[in-house]
Ligand binder design. Sequence first.
Ligand SMILES: NC(=O)c1ccc[n+]([C@@H]2O[C@H](COP(=O)([O-])OP(=O)(O)OC[C@H]3O[C@@H](n4cnc5c(N)ncnc54)[C@H](O)[C@@H]3O)[C@@H](O)[C@H]2O)c1
Length: 439
Amino acid sequence: MTRRNFTAAGATAASYSRILGAADRVRMGFVGLGNRGDQVHTAFLEWGDHQTVAICDLRDDYLDLAARKSRGTPTRYQDYRRLLDDKNVDAVAIATPDHWHALMMIDACNAGKDVYVEKPLSLTVVEGRKMVEAAERSKRVVQVGTQRRSAKVIQEAVAYVRSGELGQVSLARGYEISSEWPAGIGNPPDQAPPSEQEWDRWLGPAPKVPYNPNRAYYLFRYFYNYSGGQMTNIGVHLIDTLRWCLNLESPRKVTALGGRYVIKDNREIPDTMEALWEFDGPTMVGFMQVNGNGSGGNMRDSEMELRGTKGTMFITPDGWEVVPERINELPRGNNNPIDRSVQRRRNARKTVIQPKSAKGSVWADAPHARNFLDCVKSRGKCNADILTGHLSTSATLIANIALRTESLLKWDARAEKFTNHPEANRYLHYEYRTPYKLS
Ligand SMILES: NC(=O)c1ccc[n+]([C@@H]2O[C@H](COP(=O)([O-])OP(=O)(O)OC[C@H]3O[C@@H](n4cnc5c(N)ncnc54)[C@H](O)[C@@H]3O)[C@@H](O)[C@H]2O)c1
């Protein structure tokens, strides 16, 4: 029985662990053990051929929790570079805020570790490209944390769309809708950090600014120095899935509008935003973010919709559904009440595909971890490989640049530069704080 079959047969992590020899285990170090880091750690703990040998975070309480959950006694670190020096570590999982991903991932590759790195891959397009180069140069296995890539139900949706059943898909859209009005994240004043050293390490390459509790743990995703906001936080999952379904690479145009329209907290990112990309296809892809008034969810409660000439697919967190289009092959009449062509046209409507649906969660944390462990052993390409992560992240990052520059930007995907707006190219990277350097 192969390792994979054995796992599928329902062995518990503990029983699996007893049967495997030490050589079969992937010894992992976890960097960043907050909200997502704990979820990723838990996903790896599902599998007995993983062993947590090292943990790293700035906070003792998070380290305590991770140590309690681990089988065995992992070595504790506060400086990730010391964890990377640890010869017992084969692979690392990075779930720190976005502004740390590039430095940590590249250092990990250079230290010879395979890497599971959270989405969005990077804070800037330039960082993402350097990460792709580092993975290729060092021949490391890299999984990006877009876990929908390992969700069976999404894999089936992709196969369905790629079979051509929906016809030509001219528009696809992702939605991130939530109800944060009126308090949002609040408006606390800047204040002394829990510890100067911790705040300095948390900021890393980002500009030195006074501590504000909203800028740090979890809520950093509302500030541009550390994240691309909901566009890169949620948007990257959805744009990644749509790109995959439609076999799209990089957009050739992007534009966006939005702002802080309704919520009066100290966030920098919009509470309302809509972005549009044009890909070869031709296909328009959109992302709509509404955080001010999400009580009713969105139309059909979908996270994503793909509108084809023969039908529309709606994807929710629990599965997907295809609604056939009622197609009319007769040309439109002039709507005059005595023009019989209107009635003739209505009668001629027909569907050419069957309704179809599938159930299953898009939250595939454990399968995504499994896929990484398998690839570490086989040296194969992960479900969410580094280039895939870079292309999906870049699409969302350039939408933020379009918003910032109030522009319709033309994107040269090969050069990774805008061709019609020199000023916008300045936002493809930023100057790291001394002594941090992107190598
Ligand atoms: N795949 C998903 O569905 C998903 C879900 C949530 C978050 N995420 C991603 O996970 C990442 C972390 O988000 P979060 O919600 O867990 O944030 P968080 O603030 O809860 O956790 C981040 C952790 O990183 C630690 N950290 C920060 N700087 C560090 C440093 N220099 N060295 C060591 N540790 C450091 C912090 O102490 C904190 O515990 C983000 O990139 C986010 O986009 C992914």
